[in-house]
Design a protein around this ligand. Structure first.
Ligand code: HEM
Length: 412
């Protein structure tokens, strides 16, 4: 494999933020709420409403009018119907760097492929990953700052731990992790720098192909070995299919989990009564996690293309229209949730849209929940944990992806 290294000034955290456009918009919810009061499905460029230049402008420039469903019912109806609302449009955006991944597949191809991939995400695998990877990784990160009495939870734990977990699940040599991380970050710079994204895509192809060849010859217990051997009705995954999945894993699995666990910790730290309640009663953890991911999802919308003229909640979406399915707006639909803008872990649990819905519903949601449970439990064990009283203006921001840039805390 190539042994090129990044110079010392390379900071994946800064690169990731730059690539993902964190902070471009601080609070998009009032805009979504205003538009949702006017219509369940907004027609037009959302970036005009926010006054920002976005990836969407580049993708839909000169094309048909984009549609953005904003109510819970509209979002759910669209995601449920993968035949009318196709995922194939990803081939022209992120598909350029991921390859032909599960994200851009429609039925029946999607179902067959997903059934193969799912073989790597069993309950048994989850238990093994929790004990052998997630707990040790979380503990290692916390041990590095435990004695200091203060830390930035985002930079020192929540950002790096899911990447490390994915790297260990895949079975990457530890020394390769920083390089893998760097390349995976470069992949998603495609929105701003297409050449860097494409180069990283080729680099990762060659890198993974070498490992797949090794694992086909001598399987281990890691994810690549499982994928290399997965079989259904005589069908096996090709190298290309495995590589497309592996290239997707870091953005799909690590970036989302870092952001969702950071948003949850922000909700808890800014609502100390709820933090105290959860610390005292850890059985509240599942509902706290679902509330965090409803309240401020890491990824606010996903893309679809309407394949035939369809009326959703009384609005005609013409065939060929790009659709930005806004889960974040659906999650704060006041016709479904009281005080939707409040973080309240005591609310009655209800289906939210953050993990999507229907055929492409997140394949990694149980993993995300398990990782978040382990990390948040370990954080809550830090005595008298609180937001650093000297920290100024700690907040969540971002339009497409949301997270706090920093979470400075103190503990005893
Ligand atoms: C809180 C964390 C997470 C959130 C909010 C989230 C959200 C989503 C969403 C919205 C989709 C649908 C994408 C689309 O159809 O356009 C999705 C799909 C997917 N997610 Fe997650 N995800 C999370 C964590 C993970 C993790 C940890 C993994 C690791 C395996 C993962 C793997 C996937 C995969 C493979 C798909 C594609 C499924 C398909 O197309 O059938 N996700 N996720």
């Amino acid at each position: 494999m190539t042994t090129e290294t990044h110079d010392d000034s390379y900071d994946p955290f800064a690169e990731f933020d730059a690539a993902a456009g964190i902070g471009a918009v601080r609070d998009p919810y009032p805009v979504w709420a205003r538009l949702r009061e006017q219509t369940p499905v907004f027609a037009g460029l959302m970036s005009d409403e926010f006054g920002v230049q976005s990836m969407e402008d580049v993708l839909v420039a000169g094309g048909p009018t984009p549609y953005t469903p904003l109510t819970f019912d509209a979002v759910q109806a669209i995601m449920r119907d993968g035949e009318t609302f196709s995922s194939a449009g990803y081939a022209e955006s992120i598909g350029l760097v991921f390859g032909h991944s599960i994200l851009e597949m429609d039925e029946p191809e999607h179902h067959a492929y997903r059934a193969l991939i799912q073989q790597a995400f069993t309950r048994k695998a989850m238990e093994t990953w929790e004990a052998e990877i997630v707990r040790p990784v979380v503990d290692r990160h916390i041990d590095a700052f435990r004695d200091r009495g203060e830390a930035d939870l985002v930079r020192e734990l929540l950002f790096p731990f899911p990447v490390t977990v994915i790297g260990e699940m895949i079975g990457l040599p530890t020394d390769d992790l920083p390089m893998f991380h760097g390349k995976a970050v470069e992949l998603i710079t495609i929105a701003s720098n297409i050449e860097t994204g494409l180069n990283a895509s080729v680099w990762l192809y060659e890198y993974f192909q070498g490992i797949i060849t090794e694992r086909r010859a001598a399987p281990r217990h890691d994810l690549i070995s499982v994928l290399a051997q997965a079989e259904l009705d005589g069908q096996r995954l090709t190298d290309d299919e495995i590589i497309a999945f592996l290239r997707l894993l870091l953005p799909a699995g690590a970036e989302t989990t870092y952001r969702s666990s950071s948003n949850l910790m922000f909700g808890l730290l800014t609502n100390p009564d709820q933090l105290a309640a959860l610390r005292a009663d850890r059985s509240l953890m599942p509902q706290a996690i679902e509330e965090g991911v409803r309240w401020d999802p890491p990824l606010t919308s996903i893309g679809r293309t309407c394949t035939k003229d369809t009326v959703i909640e009384g609005v005609l979406i013409p065939a060929g229209s790009p659709v930005q399915v806004c889960m974040a707006a659906a999650n704060r639909d006041p016709s479904r949730w009281d005080r939707p803008d409040d973080f309240d872990l005591f609310r009655e649990p209800k289906q939210h849209m953050s993990f999507a819905f229907g055929p492409h519903m997140c394949l990694g949601m149980h993993l995300a929940r398990m990782e978040t449970t382990v990390a948040v439990n370990a954080i809550l064990d830090l005595p008298d944990l609180r937001l650093d009283p000297d920290a100024e203006d700690v907040h969540v921001s971002g339009l497409a992806f949301r997270a706090p840039a920093t979470l400075p805390v103190r503990f005893d």
